[in-house]
Design a protein around this ligand. Structure first.
Ligand SMILES: Nc1nc2c(ncn2[C@@H]2O[C@H](COP(=O)(O)OP(=O)(O)OP(=O)(O)O)[C@@H](O)[C@H]2O)c(=O)[nH]1
Ligand SMILES: [Mg+2]
Length: 204
C-alpha cells in the first residue's frame, strides 16, 4: 500500500551527513530523491516545507548557502538529498567549480537515485544550465521531474505560461517525468501534491 504524502512527511526526518566528495557518500541503502537546481532556486526551503521543519536544511537569501551534499533520512524509507546549487553563487570560483563537479558526478553516478527533482524558479523558467543538467540526466537515464518554486511570486496566468514553456522544452527529454508541480515554500501551495508524488517512490 502506498503511504499518503502527509503521513509520510510527518514521520521523523534526520540529518544523516554532509558529503564533500563522491567517496564520502553514505551507503546506498535507501531510495534517494535529490533536489537539484540553480543557486538560490529554493532547494533547501522546499525540503523544509515538505518536512514542515524549519531550519532542517539551511536556507539563505545568499546564493551558495548549501556547500555540500546533505542527506536527510525520512521515516527510514526515503533519503532526501539537498544538493549545492549550480550556476551563480557568492563564493569563490574554484569552490563553485568543485560543487558543480560533485553535483554532476552524484547525479550521473548514484545507483539508488530514484528521482531528481529539478527545481526551476517560476519567475525565470528554464535556463541553459538547467537544460545542461537535463541532458546529463537523460544520458545517465536518471528519472527527473520539474518542480517550479516560488510560485507565490507571480500571478496565476504567468505561472501557466511558465508551465507551458517548460512542458514544450522537455518534450525532447526522454528521462523527464511528464508532470510539472508548481510549489511555494511560503504559502505551501503544491506541497501536499509533491508529498504524495514522493510517497509513491517509497515502494521499492
Ligand atoms: N517567496 C518565496 N521565496 C522563497 C521560496 N523558496 C525559497 N525562497 C527564498 O529564496 C532564497 C533561497 O532559498 P534556499 O532554499 O536557500 O535556496 P537554495 O536553492 O537551497 O540555495 P543554495 O543552497 O544557495 O543553492 C531564500 O531567501 C528563501 O527564503 C518560495 O517558495 N517563495
Ligand atoms: Mg540550499
Amino acid at each position: 500500500m502506498t503511504l499518503t504524502g502527509n503521513y509520510l512527511f510527518a514521520q521523523p526526518c534526520d540529518f544523516i551527513m554532509g558529503a564533500v566528495a563522491m567517496d564520502a557518500l553514505p551507503a546506498p541503502d535507501y531510495p534517494e530523491i535529490a533536489f537539484a537546481g540553480r543557486s538560490n532556486v529554493g532547494k533547501s526551503s522546499l525540503i523544509n516545507a515538505l518536512t514542515a521543519r524549519r531550519g532542517l536544511a539551511k536556507a539563505s537569501s545568499e546564493p551558495g548557502r548549501t556547500q555540500q551534499i546533505n542527506f536527510f533520512l525520512l521515516a527510514e524509507k526515503l533519503m532526501l538529498v539537498d544538493l549545492p546549487g549550480y550556476g551563480y553563487a557568492k563564493a569563490a570560483r574554484t569552490e563553485v567549480k568543485r560543487w558543480t563537479h560533485l553535483v554532476k558526478d552524484y547525479l550521473a553516478g548514484r545507483p539508488n537515485l530514484r528521482r531528481v527533482l529539478l527545481l526551476i524558479d517560476s519567475r525565470h523558467g528554464l535556463k541553459e544550465v538547467d537544460t545542461g543538467i537535463m541532458e546529463l540526466l537523460d544520458e545517465a537515464a536518471v528519472s527527473y521531474q520539474i518542480v517550479l518554486t516560488k510560485a507565490d511570486k507571480i500571478k496565476p496566468k504567468e505561472l501557466e505560461a511558465v508551465v507551458e514553456s517548460v512542458r514544450a522544452a522537455f518534450k525532447k527529454h526522454p528521462a523527464a517525468h511528464p508532470e510539472i508541480i508548481a510549489t511555494s515554500a511560503h504559502d505551501r501551495n503544491g506541497i501536499e501534491m509533491l508529498r504524495n508524488e514522493l510517497a509513491k517512490l517509497t515502494v521499492r
